[in-house]
Design a protein around this ligand. Structure first.
Ligand SMILES: Cc1cc2nc3c(=O)[nH]c(=O)nc-3n(C[C@H](O)[C@H](O)[C@H](O)COP(=O)(O)OP(=O)(O)OC[C@H]3O[C@@H](n4cnc5c(N)ncnc54)[C@H](O)[C@@H]3O)c2cc1C
Length: 304
């Protein structure tokens, strides 16, 4: 690990202790929108510390971290559900930022990327459909038909994370149904969420919690939703390749932040096991079943 990353991790760990876990304790029962003012204050602080949007190249105002370096940072930020949001490197905005940097036109970067980088707006990514297995996104019913200078989008999506309150969606839709390769049929198109025909039906309950705002997963219907052709992101028919570009790196960040929250849960479990005294005044940690659970959890985390 480089000196640069070691120093960064120390600063981020200290900030998580001083600002993020405490915020979590004060606000966790509240909903996303009610805690947003406090989250915004923390985001300002991160900007002042020069740690904002660390994953993007320096030319775009970030720290220019490599994928492996950002993975290490994600592990620490992932220790709290708020960590990545406070540093503006949360899904799905981080993936949308990545794709807008690599594929966006100057006009798209000015209108959609810059406010995302500034943390002034949020965005979402609309690929998965209820009618098809999300594991295989070459199967897709949503269409974007060319009508004059516009695409007209019709389709049904779900698990569109953070659609609630997002300013725009990057939508994957079939533009070239007759292309020989199934990987060349879909395109990515930017759809502002105030476009007529964009309907957020509901936030889907995940493990019993619908959530709201950034902490939600929307079901969306696109009905005769028309956007200019200039909203095409990347080449027409290249939607699958563009999706892989963001999902491949995203898998690394997602896994690393899951390891982060697992480590934190593990630490809390151990703390509880040695401090909770049972009838005989011996702590829980003296019981074999508890020891087994701890050992198995440690092995599971290490294996990941
Ligand atoms: C919290 C959350 C957030 C999400 N956010 C977004 C988002 O922002 N945007 C978006 O577009 N989507 C999002 N998704 C959707 C996600 O991409 C899909 O859930 C995922 O691709 C899996 O698709 P599926 O749920 O349709 O499961 P399916 O594809 O139906 O899979 C069902 C089961 O079958 C298994 N399976 C599938 N194919 C095979 C195979 N060939 N061989 C063996 N087993 C197989 C899978 O592993 C799984 O266990 C999100 C999902 C979740 C849970």
């Amino acid at each position: 690990m480089s000196e640069k990353i070691r120093g960064l991790l120390d600063r981020i760990r200290a900030f998580m202790e001083s600002d993020v876990y405490t915020l979590e304790q004060e606000t966790s029962p509240k909903s996303f929108f009610s805690i947003l003012p406090e989250l915004e204050q923390k985001r300002m602080k991160v900007k002042e510390m020069g740690l904002w949007t660390p994953q993007v190249p320096e030319a775009w105002g970030g720290l220019g971290l490599s994928l492996a370096e950002f993975g290490q940072i994600s592990e620490v930020l992932g220790r709290s559900p708020y960590g990545l949001f406070i540093f503006n490197c949360n899904a799905p905005d981080a993936g949308n930022i990545e794709v807008l940097i690599s594929q966006g036109t100057e006009e798209q970067q000015e209108r959609f990327l810059r406010p995302l980088l500034a943390g002034a707006i949020r965005s979402c990514f609309s690929m998965t459909e209820p009618e098809h297995a999300g594991s295989n996104p070459v199967e897709m019913s949503t269409t974007a038909v060319e009508v004059g200078d516009e695409y007209m989008i019709n389709g049904h999506k779900w698990f569109t994370t953070a659609a609630d309150g997002a300013a725009f969606a990057i939508v994957m839709a079939v533009t070239d149904p007759l292309a020989e390769s199934p990987y060349a049929r879909a395109s990515q198109i930017i759809v502002p969420t105030d476009t007529p025909g964009f309907q957020r039906v509901r936030n889907i309950s995940v493990m019993g919690e619908e959530g709201e705002g950034w902490m939600s997963h929307g079901e969306i219907v696109y009905e005769n939703c028309r956007v200019p052709k200039s909203n095409l992101l990347g080449d027409q028919g290249a939607g699958f390749a563009v999706a892989q570009e963001r999902l491949a790196t995203g898998r690394i960040h997602h896994c690393m932040r899951w390891i982060g929250i697992c480590e934190r849960a593990f630490e809390m479990m151990c703390e509880r096991a040695v401090t909770r005294r049972i009838g005989s005044a011996a702590p829980l940690a003296t019981k074999q079943t508890i020891q087994n659970w701890i050992a198995e959890s440690r092995a599971d985390i290490d294996a990941s």
